[in-house]
Design a protein around this ligand. Sequence first.
Ligand code: HEM
Ligand SMILES: *[C@@H]1O[C@H](CO)[C@@H](O)[C@H](O)[C@H]1NC(C)=O
Ligand SMILES: *[C@@H]1O[C@H](CO)[C@@H](O)[C@H](O)[C@H]1NC(C)=O
Ligand SMILES: *[C@@H]1O[C@H](CO)[C@@H](O)[C@H](O)[C@H]1NC(C)=O
Ligand SMILES: *[C@@H]1O[C@H](CO)[C@@H](O)[C@H](O)[C@H]1NC(C)=O
Ligand SMILES: *[C@@H]1O[C@H](CO)[C@@H](O)[C@H](O)[C@H]1NC(C)=O
Length: 273
Amino acid sequence: MATKLAALVVLAAFLAGPAACKGAIMCFNGWLRLPTYNQSFGFRPKKTKSVRNSSIPFGPGLGHGYYDNRWSRLYCPRAEGIVRGAVRDAVAAYPGIGAGLIRLFFHDCFVRGCDASVLLTTTNSNNSDTEREGLPNKNSLRRFEVIDAAKAAIEAACPGKVSYANIVAFAARDASYFLSNRRINIRMPGGCYDGRESFANKTDQLPGPFSNVTELQASFVAKGLTSDEMVTLSGAHTIGRARCMFFSSRFSEMDPTFAAKLRTSATATTTPM
Ligand code: HEM
Ligand SMILES: *[C@@H]1O[C@H](CO)[C@@H](O)[C@H](O)[C@H]1NC(C)=O
Ligand SMILES: *[C@@H]1O[C@H](CO)[C@@H](O)[C@H](O)[C@H]1NC(C)=O
Ligand SMILES: *[C@@H]1O[C@H](CO)[C@@H](O)[C@H](O)[C@H]1NC(C)=O
Ligand SMILES: *[C@@H]1O[C@H](CO)[C@@H](O)[C@H](O)[C@H]1NC(C)=O
Ligand SMILES: *[C@@H]1O[C@H](CO)[C@@H](O)[C@H](O)[C@H]1NC(C)=O
């Protein structure tokens, strides 16, 4: 249950991601604050059974069914279905993969906008010290292979049309879809272009595991997100894994039963499984 709710909470607020992207330019600082937080949409564990067709506000240049327009040079009606298939296969093998995909979207959007710059290993200016190499991402961010699989299948179907940026966004949406047992199906706008630059030293904009509340709030405010939204988005942490070293110092502050459970399940590995 926690998993499902988390997926809902995450994507509900998260869709803001590509929303602020400007049409013809690459998606820059892609966060758009929802005008009001509608309590009818989101964390309603007992009453709300499913959210099948949610519409999220989005910025100019973006749209739903972005690849479905027959007269567009980007016509690729199978694009979203192919991503969904790739995520379905991945999550069927191991549901935890969904968490990695959701975090990938967050880390992409938070640094230079939702432009897939988090995927790059080398850039337009031959810079190989990219976001992937940044402290929060290196040996931590994962599930790139799912994006690669989706991209390969899409290129086979309609070469040169679908951006990685949109694939990352669709994949996060689809992770939420499958983790919620197909209850949460958000209408994710497309239209983000791929960035050509990526800098490891920009990943310090991401909140850190030892940031205090003031610092956490500041990092979200810098992206136009409120503390309320920060807390909502943090619901993503009810799924996925984290390395023990990031929370072991806080065992004493936790609910004792929960802390005991974490202690026994925590392993000595340095990378999350
Ligand atoms: C509020 C500030 C946040 C901090 C300080 C933070 C920090 C972290 C850390 C330290 C990890 C573990 C990484 C590792 O052990 O390698 C993690 C994992 C994760 N985070 Fe966050 N995070 C934040 C917000 C978010 C947001 C907004 C989302 C998505 C909406 C998110 C989604 C995830 C997910 C899904 C995982 C598990 C990933 C996996 O299993 O591969 N986090 N986070
Ligand atoms: C919130 O969402 C519900 C269900 O979609 C809708 O009926 C209601 O009018 C919305 N409220 C506001 C203030 O937008
Ligand atoms: C979903 O909502 C949009 C906008 O409100 C509407 O145009 C569309 O027909 C709806 N789709 C379904 C399957 O209900
Ligand atoms: C990057 O490397 C390529 C291939 O070596 C070269 O053609 C290009 O001019 C380089 N770009 C810059 C900005 O240095
Ligand atoms: C960040 O990295 C880029 C390329 O690696 C470099 O050009 C730039 O000067 C760096 N910025 C800072 C503030 O260190
Ligand atoms: C948070 O950390 C900053 C330094 O990074 C410090 O100035 C501030 O006092 C801290 N705030 C709290 C509430 O501990």
